[in-house]
Design a protein around this ligand. Structure first.
Ligand code: SF4
Length: 210
Protein backbone atom coordinates (compact mmCIF):
# COMPACT_ATOMS: atom_id res chain seq x y z
CA UNK A 1 0.00 0.00 0.00
CA UNK A 2 1.23 3.53 -0.73
CA UNK A 3 1.14 6.77 1.18
CA UNK A 4 1.27 10.35 -0.12
CA UNK A 5 3.97 11.62 2.19
CA UNK A 6 4.84 15.31 2.53
CA UNK A 7 7.36 15.49 5.38
CA UNK A 8 8.99 13.37 8.03
CA UNK A 9 10.82 14.88 11.03
CA UNK A 10 12.46 13.59 14.22
CA UNK A 11 12.93 14.11 17.05
CA UNK A 12 9.94 16.45 17.42
CA UNK A 13 8.91 17.58 20.91
CA UNK A 14 6.21 20.14 20.10
CA UNK A 15 3.52 17.82 18.71
CA UNK A 16 2.77 15.55 21.62
CA UNK A 17 4.50 14.18 24.71
CA UNK A 18 8.15 13.22 24.69
CA UNK A 19 10.35 12.87 21.62
CA UNK A 20 8.43 11.87 18.54
CA UNK A 21 8.56 11.04 14.91
CA UNK A 22 6.23 13.40 13.04
CA UNK A 23 4.81 12.50 9.66
CA UNK A 24 2.77 14.87 7.47
CA UNK A 25 0.66 13.48 4.67
CA UNK A 26 -0.34 15.47 1.60
CA UNK A 27 -3.93 16.27 0.67
CA UNK A 28 -6.70 17.97 2.64
CA UNK A 29 -10.22 18.71 1.30
CA UNK A 30 -11.27 20.95 4.21
CA UNK A 31 -9.80 24.34 3.22
CA UNK A 32 -9.97 25.95 6.68
CA UNK A 33 -9.55 29.74 6.48
CA UNK A 34 -6.22 30.65 8.06
CA UNK A 35 -4.76 27.14 7.63
CA UNK A 36 -0.99 27.32 8.10
CA UNK A 37 -0.28 24.44 5.74
CA UNK A 38 -2.20 25.23 2.55
CA UNK A 39 0.75 23.84 0.59
CA UNK A 40 -0.38 20.43 1.86
CA UNK A 41 -3.95 20.68 0.55
CA UNK A 42 -2.93 19.37 -2.86
CA UNK A 43 -3.25 15.56 -2.90
CA UNK A 44 -0.39 15.53 -5.40
CA UNK A 45 1.97 17.39 -3.04
CA UNK A 46 4.84 15.48 -1.52
CA UNK A 47 5.70 12.10 -2.94
CA UNK A 48 4.19 8.66 -3.12
CA UNK A 49 6.02 6.14 -0.98
CA UNK A 50 5.30 2.53 -0.06
CA UNK A 51 4.26 2.02 3.57
CA UNK A 52 6.87 -0.76 3.81
CA UNK A 53 9.55 1.71 2.82
CA UNK A 54 8.52 4.16 5.56
CA UNK A 55 8.57 1.31 8.08
CA UNK A 56 12.02 0.27 6.90
CA UNK A 57 13.27 3.81 7.34
CA UNK A 58 11.85 3.97 10.85
CA UNK A 59 13.36 0.60 11.70
CA UNK A 60 16.90 1.90 11.11
CA UNK A 61 16.48 5.12 13.13
CA UNK A 62 19.08 5.07 15.85
CA UNK A 63 17.10 7.33 18.14
CA UNK A 64 15.01 6.74 21.27
CA UNK A 65 11.52 8.07 20.56
CA UNK A 66 8.27 7.92 22.49
CA UNK A 67 5.68 8.02 19.78
CA UNK A 68 4.48 9.06 16.36
CA UNK A 69 2.40 12.09 15.38
CA UNK A 70 0.42 12.01 12.13
CA UNK A 71 -0.67 15.29 10.63
CA UNK A 72 -1.08 16.91 7.24
CA UNK A 73 -2.95 17.59 5.18
CA UNK A 74 -5.69 15.28 6.44
CA UNK A 75 -4.55 11.89 7.76
CA UNK A 76 -8.03 10.33 7.52
CA UNK A 77 -8.06 10.80 3.74
CA UNK A 78 -5.30 8.18 3.76
CA UNK A 79 -6.75 6.10 6.56
CA UNK A 80 -6.07 2.67 5.06
CA UNK A 81 -2.38 3.33 4.35
CA UNK A 82 -1.83 4.96 7.76
CA UNK A 83 -3.53 2.04 9.50
CA UNK A 84 -1.13 -0.29 7.74
CA UNK A 85 1.75 1.90 8.87
CA UNK A 86 0.54 1.84 12.49
CA UNK A 87 0.01 -1.93 12.34
CA UNK A 88 3.64 -2.31 11.30
CA UNK A 89 4.76 0.09 14.02
CA UNK A 90 2.85 -1.84 16.67
CA UNK A 91 5.31 -4.69 16.01
CA UNK A 92 8.37 -2.56 15.34
CA UNK A 93 7.93 0.01 18.11
CA UNK A 94 5.29 -1.37 20.49
CA UNK A 95 6.00 1.28 23.12
CA UNK A 96 5.26 4.22 20.85
CA UNK A 97 2.05 6.12 21.43
CA UNK A 98 0.06 7.47 18.48
CA UNK A 99 -1.27 11.01 18.19
CA UNK A 100 -3.26 12.22 15.16
CA UNK A 101 -4.34 15.71 14.09
CA UNK A 102 -7.52 15.66 12.01
CA UNK A 103 -9.71 18.44 10.64
CA UNK A 104 -12.79 16.23 11.05
CA UNK A 105 -14.72 16.13 14.35
CA UNK A 106 -14.47 12.81 16.17
CA UNK A 107 -18.17 12.06 15.61
CA UNK A 108 -17.71 12.49 11.85
CA UNK A 109 -14.72 10.17 11.82
CA UNK A 110 -16.70 7.44 13.53
CA UNK A 111 -19.14 7.53 10.59
CA UNK A 112 -16.53 7.70 7.83
CA UNK A 113 -16.41 3.97 7.26
CA UNK A 114 -14.24 0.98 7.96
CA UNK A 115 -10.86 2.54 7.17
CA UNK A 116 -11.44 5.51 9.48
CA UNK A 117 -12.66 3.22 12.28
CA UNK A 118 -9.55 1.07 11.88
CA UNK A 119 -7.31 4.13 12.10
CA UNK A 120 -9.17 5.42 15.17
CA UNK A 121 -8.65 2.02 16.79
CA UNK A 122 -4.89 2.54 16.47
CA UNK A 123 -5.00 6.12 17.83
CA UNK A 124 -4.19 6.98 21.44
CA UNK A 125 -4.82 10.73 21.23
CA UNK A 126 -6.85 12.54 18.58
CA UNK A 127 -6.93 16.31 18.06
CA UNK A 128 -10.09 16.86 16.03
CA UNK A 129 -12.05 19.56 14.25
CA UNK A 130 -11.54 22.27 11.65
CA UNK A 131 -9.19 25.12 12.44
CA UNK A 132 -11.05 28.34 13.27
CA UNK A 133 -8.72 31.32 13.23
CA UNK A 134 -11.27 33.45 15.13
CA UNK A 135 -11.00 31.24 18.23
CA UNK A 136 -7.53 31.35 19.87
CA UNK A 137 -6.09 28.14 21.26
CA UNK A 138 -6.68 27.16 24.88
CA UNK A 139 -5.08 23.70 24.66
CA UNK A 140 -1.39 23.09 23.84
CA UNK A 141 -2.23 20.75 20.95
CA UNK A 142 -5.34 22.39 19.53
CA UNK A 143 -4.76 25.30 17.15
CA UNK A 144 -8.18 26.82 17.91
CA UNK A 145 -10.55 26.66 20.87
CA UNK A 146 -13.29 24.76 18.99
CA UNK A 147 -11.01 21.78 18.37
CA UNK A 148 -11.36 18.87 20.77
CA UNK A 149 -8.80 16.47 22.18
CA UNK A 150 -9.81 12.83 22.65
CA UNK A 151 -7.87 10.35 24.74
CA UNK A 152 -9.10 7.28 22.94
CA UNK A 153 -7.16 4.44 24.52
CA UNK A 154 -5.92 3.46 27.96
CA UNK A 155 -2.45 4.55 26.87
CA UNK A 156 -3.89 7.84 25.65
CA UNK A 157 -5.52 8.40 29.04
CA UNK A 158 -2.14 8.06 30.76
CA UNK A 159 -0.84 10.91 28.58
CA UNK A 160 -3.59 13.38 29.45
CA UNK A 161 -1.93 15.08 32.43
CA UNK A 162 1.44 15.53 30.76
CA UNK A 163 -0.20 16.86 27.59
CA UNK A 164 -2.53 19.24 29.40
CA UNK A 165 0.22 20.65 31.60
CA UNK A 166 2.37 21.55 28.60
CA UNK A 167 2.57 25.34 28.01
CA UNK A 168 1.01 26.72 24.82
CA UNK A 169 3.14 27.60 21.79
CA UNK A 170 5.77 24.86 22.00
CA UNK A 171 7.90 24.66 18.89
CA UNK A 172 10.80 22.88 17.20
CA UNK A 173 12.91 24.16 14.36
CA UNK A 174 13.45 21.88 11.39
CA UNK A 175 15.81 22.12 8.46
CA UNK A 176 14.24 21.49 5.05
CA UNK A 177 15.89 19.83 2.06
CA UNK A 178 16.17 23.37 0.63
CA UNK A 179 18.33 24.33 3.66
CA UNK A 180 15.54 26.62 4.92
CA UNK A 181 14.64 26.52 8.59
CA UNK A 182 11.01 25.89 9.33
CA UNK A 183 8.85 25.88 12.46
CA UNK A 184 7.06 22.85 13.86
CA UNK A 185 4.35 23.23 16.49
CA UNK A 186 0.93 24.57 17.39
CA UNK A 187 1.88 28.24 17.52
CA UNK A 188 -0.31 31.34 17.59
CA UNK A 189 0.05 34.03 14.95
CA UNK A 190 1.90 36.58 17.09
CA UNK A 191 4.43 34.09 18.38
CA UNK A 192 4.84 32.64 14.90
CA UNK A 193 5.63 36.01 13.40
CA UNK A 194 8.20 36.82 16.08
CA UNK A 195 9.85 33.43 15.62
CA UNK A 196 10.04 33.92 11.88
CA UNK A 197 11.59 37.30 12.46
CA UNK A 198 14.18 35.82 14.83
CA UNK A 199 15.00 33.13 12.26
CA UNK A 200 15.25 35.73 9.50
CA UNK A 201 12.53 33.93 7.52
CA UNK A 202 10.06 35.44 5.14
CA UNK A 203 7.06 34.16 7.15
CA UNK A 204 4.80 34.22 4.13
CA UNK A 205 7.11 31.70 2.46
CA UNK A 206 7.59 29.22 5.29
CA UNK A 207 4.81 28.53 7.78
CA UNK A 208 5.01 26.09 10.69
CA UNK A 209 3.85 22.55 10.45
CA UNK A 210 1.42 21.27 13.01
S1 SF4 B 1 -7.86 20.44 8.35
FE1 SF4 B 1 -5.78 21.15 8.89
S2 SF4 B 1 -4.60 20.94 6.96
FE2 SF4 B 1 -6.78 20.83 6.42
S3 SF4 B 1 -7.32 22.93 5.85
FE3 SF4 B 1 -7.86 22.65 8.02
S4 SF4 B 1 -6.07 23.36 9.16
FE4 SF4 B 1 -5.41 23.03 7.04
Amino acid sequence: MKLRLAHLAYPVTALGPGRRLALWVAGCPLSCRGCITPHLWNPEAGREVAVDKVLKRISVLDLALDGITLSGGEPFVQAAALTQLLEGLATLRPNWNVLIFSGYPHATLTKRGRDAIALLARTDVLVAGVFDQQRPAVHPLAGSANQTVHYLSARGQTLRSVIESTPLNQFDIGLGSDDQQFLIGVIDTTKRQSLHQALGNDHTAKEPLK
